[in-house]
Design a protein around this ligand. Structure first.
Ligand code: F0G
Length: 641
């Protein structure tokens, strides 16, 4: 018999409808830690984010603790994947049907009609938004679509060079023929022009002209091309995409490897101008004029092979690119004939209220990238869409990927697009309406807690809430956590363990919390999120550090019952009186004549030390303090005290 279990956790009820505790969930966690991601697992554990979710449905994820299944509201949404929630029944039905109907999984080198239908559907949707026809290249992940875009853009550049060199060879052929037939052109004038343009003492004859011209142009065309990306961008972590990703920590080990990328300052038109002129070169071509004969002409050339932009930067902390900035990128791309590549992998698919987040700017890009929600949250798929007029057909066989274009993912993606367009695109409108409601509420929150929250950014259901650093908090623990970029992790751990809300900070903007729930999120859940943030506002305002760690050590208190202390009350007999009480373990006495500062290196010896250091931790038991010291061992940087 299946028993319903209910447990009160915080302000919510955690209900297990059919308790089917996985047999080995604890072992699974240690295997993840031991064989997959030891360091990540340690950080997750330290922040209380080390849950093993066993079930997901709609806006909820479920994990087991003891004999209870806990329900968590998902505001992280797989960083934009779960636009349709988890395991949407219409999407899972398509997946199940595909397997039941024995759809082929691997049928490469054949006509893949479902993939073809998906390509057509995406092209139609894009044409509806931009008025321009596109061709598709399908892939398995966001980064793979980015790699395909890099490759096609470089291919375009190469073809352009090839075309210029062929035209040049053709011009010389023409000149030689004319010379033999008594030249119409004034060759002497042409040689004089060449000597001055190419900065050589003189040009003697046609062969010499061909040699110096080719040498000049080859030098221009052999310079390494580059890509533009925008500061704060995130385009993935494969070897090409990582170079387009702004976060230096992600890129550092690979700086001397791969493509050349220049980062334009976000929303800075001047930066575009400076960068574009740095990359501007010119080559010399022969122009035939019916009246004046052959002339040398200087043509502009740019080393830029393509420019990537996310209309709303996601991993970079939810920053929207200004319309004027996007238009300026489009304008230089058009002038120098390199593709503007709009990365809609996170922002697209209706999350902001329109199919493309960039639609509002009126900019039509040369390439578009989609992934994440395209797979309906249950399939791994991606698409690179290229303007038909730029698409090079050879790319279709030069570029391939074993798992791309499979029936399974294509059918799921087609269904996801059905859901998106159903009922007059109701889902996109919901994203906009719910997003506006949530943004307004969060803006009020920012006003109410001006020392805790900085601002809200974004559009639709792609929002970011930026925290203010708490380095001047009266709680030394909070101040240290803030200095060590751990504040947002503490908050996310607290939200998860106390409020049962799943959210994550962005690795590239550690104070920005990303909010990307599904389009089906209820208004009531949005209110719950805002009131959870209000609770955080109160706790941080009151320097209540203990609440942000108590759940880590099994001293989690109910949301309602949690005490709040007045900062001026001497709450504990352990209140620190004198910093000398911190035990010194090692003292270095240097030659003081040439040293201006002296430091004592110390570490916490026992639980009392922790509370002496931060009296706001005093409500924790000794056992809890010891557990905290143990959990954070080796994870914290040394800090000044
Ligand atoms: N482009 C954008 C805009 C992204 O947000 C991501 C991934 C990618 C490309 C790469 O996609 O992971 O499938 O290879 N963003 C995640 C994030 C990881 O945290 O926002 P991928």
């Amino acid at each position: 018999m299946r028993i319903k279990r209910i447990k009160e956790v915080g302000s919510k009820l955690s209900i297990t409808v059919e308790p089917k505790k996985p047999l080995n969930s604890d072992a699974d966690q240690s295997e993840f830690e031991r064989f997959l991601k030891p360091k990540v697992a340690a950080y997750l554990k330290a922040a209380g984010l080390d849950k093993a979710y066993e079930r997901a449905e709609g806006d909820y994820l479920y994990y087991w603790k003891g004999d209870f299944e806990h329900k968590v509201t998902d505001f992280l949404g797989g960083y934009g994947v779960s636009l349709f929630g988890h395991n949407h029944p219409e999407l899972t039905k398509v997946a199940v049907d595909a397997l039941t109907n024995k759809k082929p999984f691997a049928s490469q080198a054949s006509i893949r009609s479902d993939a073809g239908r998906l390509a057509k559907r995406l092209a139609e949707l894009l044409e509806k938004s931009t008025g321009v026809p596109y061709m598709a290249t399908l892939a398995n992940s966001g980064a793979e679509a980015v790699e395909a875009a890099i490759k096609h853009a470089v291919f375009e550049k190469q073809r352009a060079i090839k075309a210029i060199l062929e035209a040049q060879a053709e011009s010389f052929k023409k000149l030689r023929v004319r010379k033999e037939n008594v030249v119409k052109e004034n060759l002497t004038e042409l040689y004089r022009q060449a000597a001055s343009l190419l900065d050589v003492p003189d040009v003697k004859n046609l062969e010499h002209l061909s040699y110096v011209l080719q040498k000049h142009n080859e030098q221009v065309f052999s310079e390494q091309v580059c890509f533009f990306a925008v500061e704060g961008s995130f385009h993935g972590k494969s070897s090409g995409a990582i170079k387009l990703t702004s976060n230096q920590n992600f890129r550092a080990p690979w700086v001397d490897f791969g493509i050349n990328v220049k980062f334009v300052k976000r929303n800075d038109l001047n930066s575009i101008e400076v960068m574009i002129s740095d990359m501007a070169r010119s080559y010399i071509a022969i122009d035939f004029d019916r009246f004046s004969g052959a002339n040398l002409v200087v043509r502009p050339w740019s080393l830029v092979a393509g420019c990537f932009a996310e209309p709303i930067q996601g991993e970079g902390g939810i920053h929207e690119l200004d319309i004027a900035f996007l238009q300026s990128l489009a304008s230089v791309a058009n002038h120098f004939d390199f593709p503007l590549i709009m990365d809609e992998i996170q922002s697209g698919m209706g999350r902001t209220g329109q199919f493309l987040a960039s639609e509002a700017s009126g900019v039509v890009a040369d390439y578009y990238l989609f992934s994440k929600a395209l797979g309906g949250g249950i399939a791994k798929t991606a698409a690179l869409m290229i303007k038909q007029e730029r698409y090079i057909e050879d790319f279709g066989y030069l570029h391939s990927s074993t798992f791309a274009e499979d029936d399974f993912s294509s059918l799921v993606a087609l269904k996801a697009l059905d859901l998106l367009e159903a009922d007059n695109a109701r889902l996109m409108q919901d994203c906009l309406d719910k997003g506006s409601y949530l943004k307004n509420s969060l803006e009020q929150l920012v006003q109410d807690y001006p020392t805790v929250f900085k601002e809200v950014r974004g559009r639709g259901l792609m929002l970011g809430l930026e925290l203010l650093p708490q380095t001047t908090s009266k709680s030394r623990f909070l101040s240290m956590a803030s200095e060590q970029s751990l504040l947002a992790y503490l908050i996310c751990g607290y939200l998860l363990n106390v409020h049962h809300i799943r959210i994550a900070p962005t690795l590239s903007a550690e104070l920005s919390l990303r909010i990307e729930p599904s389009a089906y999120i209820s208004m009531a859940e949005l209110d719950v999120l805002v009131s959870a943030f209000r609770d955080i506002g109160e706790k941080l305002k009151n320097h209540d550090s203990h609440v942000f760690v108590s759940y880590l050590v099994g001293e989690m208190q109910s949301v309602n019952k949690m005490q709040s202390f007045d900062e001026d009350v001497s709450r504990s007999s352990l209140k620190i009186e004198n910093t000398k009480e911190v035990k010194e373990t090692k003292t270095v006495i240097p030659n003081i004549s040439n040293i201006s500062k002296v430091a004592c290196i110390a570490h916490f010896m026992d639980d009392l030390d922790l509370v002496r250091w931060d009296p706001y931790l005093a409500p924790l038991s000794g056992e809890a303090c010891r557990a905290i010291l143990e959990k954070t061992q080796g994870l914290l940087e040394p800090f000044l005290f």
